[in-house]
Write a protein that binds this ligand. Structure first.
Ligand SMILES: Nc1ncnc2c1ncn2[C@@H]1O[C@H](COP(=O)(O)OP(=O)(O)OP(=O)(O)O)[C@@H](O)[C@H]1O
Ligand SMILES: NCC(=O)N[C@@H]1O[C@H](COP(=O)([O-])[O-])[C@@H](O)[C@H]1O
Ligand SMILES: [Mg+2]
Length: 387
């Protein structure tokens, strides 16, 4: 592939991940159109043009594509009318990684069937339910503890850990209330008592072999990421096993770009969880931990540019800066204090409003070892107050 620059790139979703991607794209002189459901979204602040639409509306998508005529469409969130992406692809616009992949990965059941049934990959034992009665039956089959999630949701929305039968109804109501669109289907998974969970950033290229970043460890609360770090202390065998699974799944999905492939690592096993066909939130640690961050890698893979070498720069960590209340006018204090330590950096996303647990920024740190890097990132994040 010998691509001509600049390209016209349309981002569907313009949050913190899109913002860093847009910056990477701009650095190579590309033209970026940032699209999201609200005005002044992070990526819009650094894009050449922006549009506010409902990305679940085929008509809205048609209108912005017709107006801006992008060469490449880059989904940044899951909640998109993916059937419309198929149509764009048929008309010759490149969709990253492919229109079909975005559809598979936005439905937990579709990607799970592909990985487990079609490809024979080890996952948590699971089942589905479309009514409370079905959920009770399947929960008892799988056993407790288990995890209930809407098939259509992300960032832990609608997800709960169920300890026993008395908690099933609450989990059902919570999942249905927080399900995207009008889907009434949930997945129940056996609770995996993992030693560590990792994201394997996997870079699928048009004309070159798939390559990997060093695995990223992370800690989640309420199904949402709190801190991540790189590298992780797991055996070479387990790394190779996770790479083998990542190749299988991403080859089945096709196309090009970065994928965040999530695994649970137990004492003896590598268990596939799910994947994002785009940069991963836990991968924000690469903003400090690698010579090329996950956004630059995504861009190079999309444009068919070479990636001669990915260098891991040593023990690094990220910690999220979360809002604690609802607000329409955002300010930060404590930034100077947070930046006073060596090898600490922060990103404040510029989201125009806040609500409890909304991710507003991230602290990044390097240390002598992982413990120190995590401590520094967490400490820096805790110094920042949203006012
Ligand atoms: N079967 C399970 N056993 C143990 N923990 C689980 C299980 N499923 C999910 N979790 C925990 O919840 C987190 C979020 O789950 P999952 O990745 O499926 O949700 P998500 O909504 O897609 O999140 P995101 O969009 O941020 O990746 C996991 O990273 C893990 O910490
Ligand atoms: N796990 C997926 C993820 O982290 N996605 C990132 O969060 C944004 C939405 O944030 P918001 O909900 O605060 O608008 C998305 O646009 C993307 O950048
Ligand atoms: Mg996940």
């Amino acid at each position: 592939m010998n691509i001509k620059l600049p390209q016209k790139l349309m981002l569907l979703g313009s949050g913190e991940l899109g913002k860093e991607f847009a910056i990477a794209a701009q650095r190579l002189g590309n033209y970026v159109i940032a699209v999201d459901r609200y005005a002044n979204a992070p990526a819009m602040q650094v894009a050449d043009a922006s549009e506010v639409i409902s990305m679940l509306s085929a008509d809205d998508l048609e209108a912005v594509v017709k107006k801006h005529q992008p060469n490449i469409i880059i989904p940044e969130i899951e909640a998109i009318r993916t059937e419309k992406l198929v149509e764009f692809e048929q008309r010759g616009i490149t969709v990253i990684p492919t229109a079909a992949a975005t559809n598979y990965t936005m439905n937990r059941d579709r990607i799970r069937e592909l990985a487990h049934k079609q490809l024979g990959i080890r996952t948590a034992t699971y089942g589905y339910a479309t009514t409370l009665e079905e959920l009770i039956t399947i929960s008892e089959e799988i056993g407790f503890s288990n995890v209930v999630k809407p098939v259509m949701s992300s960032s832990g929305k609608g997800q709960s850990v169920v300890q026993d039968k008395s908690e099933v109804e609450k989990a059902w109501n919570y999942a249905i209330a927080n399900s995207r669109g009008d889907s009434q289907k949930v997945i129940v998974e056996e609770f995996i008592n993992f030693e560590i969970e990792i994201t394997l950033l996997t870079i699928k290229q048009w004309d070159a072999p798939t390559i990997f970043c060093s695995p990223i460890g992370h800690r989640q609360e309420r199904g949402d990421y709190q801190e991540s770090w790189q590298p992780v202390l797991i055996s070479e065998d387990k790394i190779l096993k996770s790479q083998e699974i990542a190749i299988k799944v991403t080859d089945a999905l096709g196309g090009a770009g970065i994928f965040g492939v999530e695994f649970f690592i137990t004492k003896d096993e590598v268990i596939f969880s799910e994947l994002s066909p785009r940069p991963h939130d836990t991968g924000m640690v690469t903003l400090i931990s690698q010579n090329l961050n996950e956004f630059e890698l995504h861009l190079r893979a999309i444009l068919g540019l070479p990636i001669p070498h990915i260098e891991q720069l040593g023990a690094s960590a990220s910690a999220v800066i979360l809002a604690s209340e609802k607000s329409d006018s955002i300010g930060f204090t404590g930034v100077a204090d947070a930046l006073s330590e060596k090898d600490v950096d922060i990103r404040l996303f510029g989201k125009p409003n806040a609500h409890p647990y909304r991710r507003m920024g991230v602290a990044l740190a390097k240390g002598q070892n992982i413990e120190e890097a995590r401590e520094k990132a967490t400490k820096a994040a805790s110094k920042i107050t949203i006012i």
